[in-house]
Design a protein around this ligand. Structure first.
Ligand code: GLP
Length: 241
């Protein structure tokens, strides 16, 4: 694992965007794994700037998002589909057919999960997976548990995650209790992984991810076994390292 400590959120975002941009320049047909949450918003802003300055081009890029809330329509501003359009896709030249996000409104959950895995394989696998991290060390929506879920699956969200994500909803009761998430196996198959964390609230999760035992109780700790992980954190998230 390579750990880069940035002075603040803006520097973390710039460094992350430059790493993603390098991947896109080296391989303009890259398959990117993308994440939601407040953490990557600054990175997406920087990527939009780099696109507008003519440094990067999304026309041959394919993207796969980590997760989506279950039974939340795409036009709900809290859906991850809506988030990705508002924060990145509407501002760059990615083809609509090249955007992949699990469909939280699907009728057959098993088929949706299997098809999502198949689509990633057909695209040639993920070249660079961007990750945020939950306060409880979840990645995607892989919550702490007794075992690592391998493939895309339906998740029952933890109380802590529902509470943490309620800040985006009118009330905690509006937060979906389930989500579709790429599994730990799907994430670990990515050729490179870039994990971002900012703020003191993530310091314990980052400490456990980097130093703790590898255990499904700390889902991100599995990243210790991946051959190419870069973690970019601001000083506060790095405060326990
Ligand atoms: C959600 C997402 C995760 C994200 C996490 C942290 O639960 N499913 O992919 O990493 O939130 O979010 P934030 O960056 O807002 O702290």
């Amino acid at each position: 694992m390579r750990i880069i400590v940035a002075n603040d959120y803006d520097e973390m975002s710039r460094k992350a965007a430059h790493l993603i941009a390098s991947q896109m320049i080296l391989n303009p047909e890259s398959v990117l794994g993308l994440a939601t949450g407040s953490t990557p918003i600054g990175t997406y802003k920087e990527l939009i700037k780099l696109y507008k300055d003519g440094v990067i081009d999304f026309s041959k890029i394919k993207s796969f998002n980590l997760d989506e809330y279950f039974e939340l329509p795409k036009d709900n501003p809290q859906s991850y589909d809506y988030f990705m359009k508002a924060n990145l896709f509407n501002h760059v030249n990615i083809g609509e057919e090249d955007i992949n996000i699990p469909n939280g409104m699907c009728e057959n959950i098993e088929r949706e999960c299997n098809d999502y895995e198949k689509k990633i394989i057909e695209a040639g696998g993920i070249d660079l997976q961007l990750l945020g991290i939950g306060r409880n060390s979840h990645i995607g929506f892989n919550e702490p548990g007794e075992h690592f879920e391998t493939n895309t699956h339906l998740v029952q969200l933890d109380e802590d995650t529902i509470e943490a994500n309620s800040r985006f909803f009118d009330s905690v009761d509006d937060v979906p209790t389930k989500a579709i998430s790429m599994g730990i196996g799907s994430i670990m198959k990515a050729k490179k992984i870039l994990l971002l964390a900012s703020g003191a609230g993530k310091a314990d999760a980052i400490y456990d991810t980097v130093n703790g035992p590898i255990t499904p109780k700390v889902p991100a700790s599995i990243l210790q076994l991946h051959p190419d992980v870069v973690i970019i954190v601001d000083k506060e998230a790095a405060s326990r390292l």
